[in-house]
Design a protein around this ligand. Structure first.
Ligand code: SF4
Length: 421
């Protein structure tokens, strides 16, 4: 039960005063390498942030114990991570703060922090605060210098997205097994250090280093591989534990992966926030968001420039373009991740994908809508092979068999489109 004497421990918008958390640690969920960038950006702005250890079987077991069973897989895992943290010897809840992003809308994401608050109270961790940056205002209320913090996190996200694209483009063709991952890890460390120093020119310098490292990485591209678009729910797409290393499975089955980037989510929150403001006549706020969007666009071009010549598709396409893609199938104003997944599916098919993998947690509403609409969309995309992978907690039953069949179709699709391949 929630005690009436608890401190106010769920802070929406998280307008953090300078030094407010000086004696505490703000823990960031370890969703993917972007988490390290966010933590570094927070540290630069005076918030002592640390990324939680990688999710593991213990997190899942704890999450299943404490949740009700009707939540989504990312909720089990992040809850398990928090409770696992609280069991560390010497852990002090009063000096610990959890970060849990949120969003309102049709799905359950906005309820994660509410449930986690209740669970932490029940296990005696009532003093542990949860801060909740919100996607509904495009995270513009986060931190004491929210605009600068958001810009720094944005710069880091652009850099990591580009580095990951390079990793996915090079690894399937590497001459020396493990060499791409080794280069990736070194570059990632440089990127995190650059964000810790405030990004900007430090990040730009690292992007040149990254270009040099990948230009000299030995690869053999003689054998063409089908390009596979990896789309779907954002946590599953990026979290290797929860998606059971889907990128490497596709590579082992003979594909090359194109993952929908983290950047697209930032651009989409701008687009959605500006649209919502225009609808209610808040044109100044919509204009402000448009300017932020332009800044992001400008900085994306600047940071990607050093590696542009190495990437198949270096830049994000506009959200307007994605929304136009889906208009024949779904109303973009309905929102949620469905619109991004469907829009990106069309875009990546046009960019040369020979197959689409849509990942989703068991019972994920946006994922189910996407899977339902996909059959109609595929007819207009030359019947591109499509694989829906729904993750429950049962360890991916039949995933390998389904993946092999899908990759067989993707190879055929590639040859049909490009006979020389
Ligand atoms: S997008 Fe799906 S998995 Fe994520 S919170 Fe919403 S319903 Fe759950």
């Amino acid at each position: 039960m929630i005690s009436q004497n608890q401190p106010p421990v769920v802070s929406r918008q998280a307008t953090i005063k300078h030094g407010q958390y000086r004696d505490k640690i703000v823990y960031v969920p370890n969703m993917c390498d972007h988490s390290h960038i966010l933590a570094a950006a927070m540290r630069f702005h005076g918030i002592p942030a640390q990324v939680l250890p990688m999710t593991d079987d213990e997190s899942l077991a704890i999450g299943l114990d404490w949740c009700n069973g009707r939540e989504c897989l990312p909720c089990f895992l992040t809850t398990g991570d928090y409770v696992r943290l609280s069991r560390q010897p010497g852990f002090d809840p009063a000096r610990s703060v959890l970060l849990m992003a949120s969003s309102t809308g049709a799905c359950r994401f906005g309820q994660y922090s509410v449930l986690q608050r209740r669970i932490l109270d029940e296990i005696g961790m009532g003093a542990m605060e949860i801060i909740v940056p919100d996607a509904n205002n495009a995270y513009q209320g986060f931190g004491e210098n929210p605009t600068q913090l958001r810009q720094l996190a944005w710069q880091g996200a652009v850099a990591i997205d580009s580095l990951q694209k390079l990793q996915h483009q090079y690894r399937p063709y590497e001459v020396y097994p493990g060499s791409t991952n080794s280069v990736y890890q070194t570059c990632l460390d440089h990127l995190i250090a650059a964000v810790d120093q405030g990004g900007g020119k430090h990040l730009e310098a690292v992007m040149h280093v990254i270009a040099g490292r990948f230009e000299t990485l030995p690869i053999q591209r003689e054998e063409p591989r089908p390009l596979i678009a990896l789309l779907g729910e954002v946590y599953m797409r990026f979290n290797d534990y929860s998606n059971m290393n889907i990128v490497q499975r596709i590579e082992q089955a003979g594909g090359e992966v194109m993952v929908a980037s983290m950047m697209e989510w930032f651009y989409y929150t701008n687009w959605e926030y500006a649209r919502a403001n225009r609808m209610v006549g808040h044109h100044l706020e919509a204009l402000k968001t448009w300017l932020i969007d332009r800044y992001q666009f400008y900085y994306e071009a600047k940071l990607v420039a050093p590696v542009k010549h190495l990437l198949h598709h270096p830049y994000e396409v506009s959200v307007d373009r994605l929304m136009n893609h889906i208009k024949p199938y779904y109303d973009p104003s309905l929102g949620n991740e469905t619109v991004l997944t469907l829009g990106k599916a069309v875009e990546m098919a046009h960019q040369g994908a020979s197959g689409i993998v849509n990942v989703m947690p068991f019972s994920c509403m946006p994922g189910i809508i996407t899977a339902t609409i996909a059959s109609r969309m595929r007819k207009d995309l030359d019947h591109i092979p499509w694989l829906d992978v729904m993750y429950d907690t049962q360890g991916g039953t039949n995933l390998n068999t389904r993946m092999e069949a899908f990759m067989y179709q993707a190879h055929h699709f590639m040859r049909r489109r490009t006979p020389a391949a």
